[in-house]
Design a protein around this ligand. Structure first.
Ligand code: SF4
Ligand code: SF4
Length: 95
């Protein structure tokens, strides 16, 4: 089963692979990664992510609103790589 969260910003597609995501995998509310992606989105991004059911989920449900809000800082991806398993991928089409 493809257990992922995927959403579009203006220029990017962000995908979280829950099969590798530490709290989602361990069903743990205090994971070793410290929900670094959600914290980074609060600090450097636009609060697009929040925690629900021991996993990062979208805090904004409207896809157009996400495109308007998201500042494409890639902090979620960077901090999951730094503090977690690197299970967030960001696709940026060239051209
Ligand atoms: S930092 Fe990575 S492993 Fe931790 S909650 Fe976010 S996506 Fe999952
Ligand atoms: S790119 Fe930035 S604003 Fe967008 S979800 Fe990631 S941390 Fe949040």
């Amino acid at each position: 089963m493809n257990d992922t969260l995927s959403f579009h910003t203006r220029k990017m597609t962000i995908t979280i692979d829950y099969s590798q995501c530490i709290p989602a995998r361990e069903n743990n509310a205090s994971p070793s990664c410290g929900f670094a992606c959600v914290k980074a989105c609060r600090l450097y991004g636009r609060n697009i992510l929040r925690i629900e059911g021991n996993r990062p989920v979208l805090a904004v449900s409207d896809q157009e609103e996400i495109k308007r809000l998201d500042n494409e800082c890639i902090s979620c991806e960077y901090n999951c790589g730094r503090f977690g398993p690197g299970c967030i991928t960001i696709d940026i089409p060239l051209g």
